[in-house]
Design a protein around this ligand. Sequence first.
Ligand code: GTP
Length: 597
Amino acid sequence: AKLENIRNFAIIAHIDHGKSTLADRLIQDCGGLTNREMKQQVLDSMEIERERGITIKAQTVRLEYKADDGETYILNLMDTPGHVDFAYEVSRSLKACEGSLLVVDASQGVEAQTLANVYQAIDIDHEVVPVLNKIDLPAAEPERIRRQIEDVIGIDASEAIPVSAKTGVGVHEVLEALVTKLPAPKGDANKPLKAMLVDSWYDPYLGVVVLVRVMDGVMKKGMVMKMMATGAEHPIDRVGIFSPKKTPVESLGPGEIGFITAGIKEVADTNVGDTITEAKKPCAEALAGFKPSQSVVFCGLFPADAADFEHLRDSLHKLRLNDASFEFEAESSAALGFGFRCGFLGMLHLEIIQERLYREFNLDLITTSPSVVYKVHKTDGTLEELHNPADMPDPVRIAHIEEPWIEATIMLPDEHLGSVLKLCEDRRGIQKQLTYAGNRAMLIYELPLNEVVYDFYDRLKSVSRGYASFDYQLKEYRQGDLVKLSILVNAEPVDALAMLVHRSQAETRGRGLCERLKDLIPRQMFKIPIQAAIGGKVVARETISALRKDVTAKCYGGDVSRKRKLLEKQKAGKKRMRTYGKVEIPHDAFIAALKMN
Ligand code: GTP
């Protein structure tokens, strides 16, 4: 294709503002799919994505559009994931394009993820085409939102296009704006190959499929390619585009976006953001800004039924085929048996993996409290990265501990400002900025990630009745007064419940957990102390009183089969109990106690 007739753009939006619906419309208008094929949203293909209405993997589609000027243009549309956990994937897909289509719901206005994504686009000098979506809704206020985009984001929105992705109004104008406002890509077909690895996934028929954006040179079947970060070389065996169906093509030239396969075994062998070149004739330097994906949140995953351990291992391997951004290694816990320590990009990522294990692999799992990565500076001058509170070195060998901090952007209606401020303060937040746009407040806070991974999203949603939106960026590591809080049941520490907390929160957290466990652990024939302790110092304590009378005395008569059933049930229940200092803790108690966080 001629460079002048190519337009590459990303669609950016806050969750639910209609990005996928608009993408579908554009595809449909360009004749990429028939109405029947459109029935299901094509871009959000994974079942969970569809159900939760979130886009996890960035997808791309090549469209042919005959514009009003009579020319036919190639439009490469990239869908970007909307959620903060996948910010790095967003930044890569943006870098593969020259412009962004900014979709703002005209009834909701600018939200936290609108801002985060649009600033990334502006940073890399994207031409931004704003779109006011959902104008068919009675609550839509396109003029007010137009002003809001100018006030809050600071871009010219005078030509923002009013659209209804639902009815199709304004879609033609969007296509025209893409052609007339966005710049064509630049590049030189005669230079050595330089392409960006934008994404990769596992296809059961084709193996690993790699999404690429060619900058310079040409990618062809048979060429031996080299990935610059790892040095790995593979002969390319397929080159194609998504129209949106996979369609083979001869080659991909400068400015083009498409896919290749090259006999790559695992998605883990490809790094998003890496530069692909030709082994024989490599380009001089790689594209800037590549970084390998890094886990931010860790937790233990244990099978509720120990017999499922191998099944869990297989399932994790299968999931990793398609998602190289989560990692796992075997771990064992006295309380929970054998399982895996897993690392994720963020809380949503954790939830998605957990849900897929449950849904697609039928696994009943226990998840330990999520933990961030701490940097433990030891008195001998060495540094240890701590992913699991249970592995914390002896406090006497610790000089100090650093924890990750984030910069969070929160947007909310001002009537909820008070409670959100309180929430942020309770979580050790430091207010950086408070501004208003109409009756919406925009807050910028620095917060320790450790306070956010617990239940911050849920609390934020509940104190703002669902109206606050949230986005964050990792900022830096800072020293913190962090201590390991241990939970002891009948004087025995329960490893699965250990956590690192700020000293100021230790007592409250400890008391909460003790109270919770008290209700969850069944009474026994003796008194059971439940304690929360920092080192040897107990900071909270509850006691489960002993059983006084024979509970079975209440049972009477009844038929034999019912009794036998009850006994069998009891037997099964007992199998699921874990013994702690002669105290039997039902599995459910662990789950409930861990859920509390
Ligand atoms: P993510 O992919 O999760 O970021 O969400 P999204 O931005 O792609 O939103 P999606 O396209 O899934 O739309 C969210 C909801 O808004 C869906 O229920 C759509 O049917 C609805 N919607 C999208 N566009 C319009 C519109 O123009 N008018 C109306 N009334 N509803 C719309």
